[in-house]
Design a binder for this molecule. Structure first.
Ligand SMILES: *[C@@H]1O[C@H](CO)[C@@H](O)[C@H](O)[C@H]1NC(C)=O
Length: 295
């Protein structure tokens, strides 16, 4: 009995160590200057730079929001950003972090953070577009206040799956369901984008809460401008990383059991909306949702 528990504890410790090393992506430098990998997209004067550009702030006022994008386009990789959301009254504002290809039948992987009145919770909405088709929204509350500290939001994208992470916690998986006739992003390089804008026509409680401009400017802070992806050059549109980069390796082709457990925890405790279970909107469940279910 005593020995059983002893071994049990050891085994658990070992398990945790293994999951911690397997599930985690390599550590990223946090002091990469913004300008190495990114450029402002619009309203350049609404971006402020700190510590040699290793931290920036986007601001939104009644005249304009602002945004930035990566210089490079990428096929596969791990894309992360550390963000501190707009503090205080952020109702009506949306802070987005996403990957998108530029063509008409575009692919897109989205994080959208919907602000709220002071003390009310942010919503994180995610979506996946493949071949121009989206309508795959999922919404969750977060288990922390995202305006207090930097948290990392990231996407792992390889030929097998797309995983959305909040810090190290997987909150969503979109598996390659090509065998079920669902397109999967694999040949259109994507750029990384982020922006802060006003969306009080829909964002907070479906547009009921309006942006209070007397609280402007609304400010979101960023750091972590390192990019860990396969950069697609203009000529070589197809960037074949199969088996060559860490995100292609066996342990990243599916979640491990520890990650599945955390995903289920997010599912059961924090989910507000999942298109996969919305029978009004989808009387017939979208094919990729069978893979969403066996989470
Ligand atoms: C804002 O807070 C209200 C009240 O707690 C909640 O119903 C809503 O889902 C929250 N988030 C957004 C983006 O509306």
């Amino acid at each position: 009995m005593a020995m059983g528990t002893h071994f049990g504890g050891l085994w658990l410790a070992l398990l945790c160590m293994v999951s911690a090393t397997m599930g985690a992506a390599p550590r990223k430098p946090v002091d990469v200057p913004f300008g190495r990998n990114y450029v402002p997209t619009w309203a350049f004067d609404h971006i402020k730079y700190f510590n040699g550009g290793s931290q920036i702030q986007l601001s939104l006022d009644k005249y304009t929001g602002t945004g930035f994008q990566s210089k490079g386009s990428y096929l596969f990789g791990h894309f992360s950003m550390q963000i501190k959301m707009v503090p205080g009254d952020s109702a009506g504002t949306v802070t987005a972090f996403y990957l998108s290809s530029q063509n008409s039948e575009h692919d897109e992987i989205d994080f959208e953070f919907l602000g709220n009145r002071t003390g009310q919770p942010y919503i994180l909405q995610t979506n996946v577009f493949t071949g121009g088709k989206g309508d795959r929204e999922q919404r969750i509350f977060l288990w922390f206040d995202p305006t207090k500290e930097y948290h990392s939001y990231s996407v792992l994208w390889n030929l097998f799956l797309i995983i959305f992470f909040v810090d190290d916690v997987p909150i969503r998986v979109f598996k390659n369901s090509k065998d079920l006739g669902v397109r999967f992003p694999f040949d259109q390089p994507m750029k990384i984008y982020s922006s802060l804008w006003n969306a009080d026509d829909w964002a907070t409680r479906g547009g009921l809460e309006k942006t209070d401009w007397s609280k402007a400017p609304f400010v979101a802070s960023y750091r972590g401008f390192h990019v860990d992806g396969c950069e697609a050059s203009v000529n070589a549109k197809f960037c074949d990383t199969q088996g060559k980069r860490w995100w292609d390796q066996k342990e990243f082709q599916d979640l491990d059991s520890f990650q599945y457990r955390r995903l289920r925890w997010v599912r059961s405790k924090y989910t507000i909306y999942n298109y996969c279970t919305d029978r009004k909107r989808y009387p017939i469940m979208p094919p990729e949702c069978t893979r969403d279910r066996d989470v």
